[in-house]
Write a protein that binds this ligand. Structure first.
Ligand code: BGC
Length: 285
């Protein structure tokens, strides 16, 4: 248990590092060490992984505060630098970001352009500040290590897919994340979160944490099932992985035929995927 209760999906009743491997006491970490950062709309988290993917330090976390520009003392880069200060030194850095990222630059930051968090008013100066922000470059400069940044669902997906056929990963947390892989190869990221889903609202609007809290788990689950059916008709996936802090709230026995090809994965994948960003060039970073 992580000892806080701030409403973060997945953090209140369940330690999301449960599924992460640890080094045995006295066991030496294998280099290179990767500082893996999971940037979320509710929490900013980080840990250091060794080459085998084992966590060499306890995960650190702070609540995401708003407004959150990229720069400045209270901005994301400085906040992350303070967060990771107590962690052991690493050779390289990976970060998963909840928006569209291309070659380390932020093309969209749906949570961080809002005045006071997801669902609140969009602030034009934050929009300008985040537009095309070179997050990989800024983190590399602040942390003094080579840094790669990619979409958070893509990073999380890379940690869990088996490498066979069309695998779709959805993440249920503050927002709705998706990633698709063909034979283990990440396909171009699509911001399905912001596409129309039902009743004039997007997947993000209908499936995000704010909505789950207001409509309750039962109605939210009906929407999750409809989203899965819609995405199956779009992707014809061979396997579906459901991750994110709210994955454990999905009523699996009501998933119907899709249940046979569905796996619910541990939220620790958000951090464990960090190592994949440095394995091969295929993540488009
Ligand atoms: C963003 C996605 C992200 C997802 C999960 C959505 O709001 O648009 O890029 O993957 O949240 O964090």
């Amino acid at each position: 248990m992580s000892g806080h209760d701030d409403g973060e999906p997945g953090d209140t009743e369940h330690d999301e590092t449960d599924g992460a491997a640890r080094l045995a006491p006295g066991e030496a970490p294998q280099r290179p060490l990767t500082l893996a950062i999971d940037i979320g709309g509710t929490g900013l988290k980080a840990s250091v992984l060794d080459a085998s993917g084992a966590m060499v330090a306890d995960r650190v976390r702070v609540a995401t505060t708003y407004p959150l520009p990229p720069d400045g003392e209270k901005g994301m880069v400085a906040t992350l630098a303070r967060l990771v200060g107590p962690l052991p030194s690493a050779d390289r850095v990976s970060a998963g970001f909840p928006g569209m990222v291309r070659k380390g630059h932020v093309l969209s930051a749906p949570h961080f352009i809002t005045e006071s968090g997801p669902g609140s008013k969009i602030d034009e100066s934050l929009e300008r500040a985040w537009h095309d922000f070179d997050l990989a470059g800024a983190l590399a400069a602040a942390l003094g290590k080579p840094t790669r940044v990619a979409n958070d669902a893509d990073v999380q997906g890379a940690a869990v897919v088996a490498g066979h056929g069309l695998e779709l990963v959805i993440t249920l947390g503050t927002g709705f994340g998706t990633a698709a892989f063909l034979d283990g190869q990440l396909l171009p990221h699509l911001e399905i979160a912001h596409q129309p889903f039902r009743k004039g609202e997007t997947y993000n609007d209908q499936l995000g944490e704010a909505t789950r809290k207001s409509v309750g788990d039962e109605r939210w689950n009906r929407r999750v099932r409809k989203a899965i059916d819609t995405l199956d008709a779009l992707f014809f996936f061979d396997h579906l992985f459901i991750g994110g802090g709210n994955a454990r709230r999905v009523t699996r026995d009501e998933l119907g035929a899709v249940l046979d090809k569905t796996t619910v994965v541990d939220n620790s994948a958000g951090i464990l995927g960090g190592i994949k960003l440095w394995q091969g060039e295929h993540l488009g970073v």
